[in-house]
Design a protein around this ligand. Structure first.
Ligand code: URA
Length: 305
């Protein structure tokens, strides 16, 4: 099987039909030298025309300035659910109900100078928030610690907690297919989450939990020093960018987390429920690939997909 056939097979597994379109050869992105552009099957073409999708890899004289703080827009059709706005922690209530003493959460260690083993140990022993009471193990992150791509999701679910690795359930399988469609093996990227502990009942992470845990994520990002961060889903995008703008509006623009370019896309779990968005998700991945390839420059201005 040729590389192209393999790529088509993976895209089909994602529910996306591949067709060939050459775009701006001088700016073609890594892993996509054949200029394959994507079009959703299942009656999507009118919603996502190929010319629009291909903008992700065309010379990017059209990329919006990083949107560091945006007003809430919301309401753009169906959207991933927003994160909670309070910082009430139901696990405290749980502890009270069980009659356990409520020990004050331990302060976070200063992780800024830690190497990988020390950081992993710090995460494994973390008791900075109440999630440590319900977790069976932490989910640190996995993959290439010198990766060009860093993929950041929300929080481990049951499968991830059981295996101690992020994105190994159904959403993870789809993520693997998405990466393969780009010519990337899962082991070539570094995959992590905003939270390193599974919230009870897989509830949405609380702002206080995310803020505490961001300390570890920041150190992971500093150690990996990726060329691009792919923020998957509402929770990751909102927390990393400190905005509450709908993902629909955040995608297709170049953002930054500190100095690191950041691209927002849908969470794979959302795509499993809304496969018609896979074509847009593919456009996001191509956009991120263009960032890695250096063909998207900050300040190029206005690049909505
Ligand atoms: N969803 C996430 O956001 N992260 C995982 O690791 C698994 C599912």
């Amino acid at each position: 099987m040729t590389t192209r056939q393999q790529q088509s097979a993976y895209l089909q597994a994602m529910g996306i039909q591949a067709w060939e379109r050459r775009v701006a050869p001088q700016n073609e992105v890594q892993g996509d030298e054949r200029g394959v552009a994507m079009l959703a099957d299942q009656g999507l073409p009118s919603a996502v025309p190929p010319a629009v999708v291909s903008e992700a890899v065309v010379p990017v004289s059209a990329v919006a300035l990083p949107e560091r703080v945006s007003p809430s827009v919301g309401g753009a059709g169906e959207e991933e659910p927003p994160p909670p706005t309070d910082d009430y922690c139901p696990s405290l209530e749980m502890c009270e109900a069980e009659g356990q003493p409520l020990a004050a959460p331990a302060p976070l260690p200063d992780v800024r100078s830690l190497d990988w083993p020390a950081l992993q140990a710090a995460v494994a022993g973390c008791t900075a928030c109440e999630l440590h009471r319900s977790r069976t193990q932490t989910v640190f992150g996995a993959g290439n610690r010198m990766a060009e791509w860093m993929v950041i999701g929300e929080a481990p679910k049951a499968d991830e907690e059981q295996q101690g690795e992020p994105f190994v359930g159904d959403a993870g399988q789809l993520l693997n297919n998405m990466l393969r469609a780009l010519g990337l093996g899962r082991e070539q990227v570094f995959i992590s989450n905003i939270l390193k502990c599974r919230p009870p009942e897989d509830r949405v992470p609380r702002p206080a939990e995310m803020s505490q845990c961001e300390t570890y994520l920041q150190r992971q990002i500093a150690l990996v020093a990726p060329r691009v961060i792919l923020a998957m889903g509402t929770v990751a995008a909102h927390h990393l960018l400190k905005v509450d703008t709908a993902v629909t509006k955040l995608r297709g623009q170049l953002h930054h987390y500190g100095e690191i370019p950041l691209v927002v896309t849908y969470h794979p779990a959302y795509l499993l429920h809304k496969p018609s968005e896979k074509a847009n998700s593919w456009a996001d991945l191509r956009f991120a690939a263009a960032v890695v390839a250096g063909s998207v420059l900050p300040g190029d201005g206005g690049g909505r997909l």
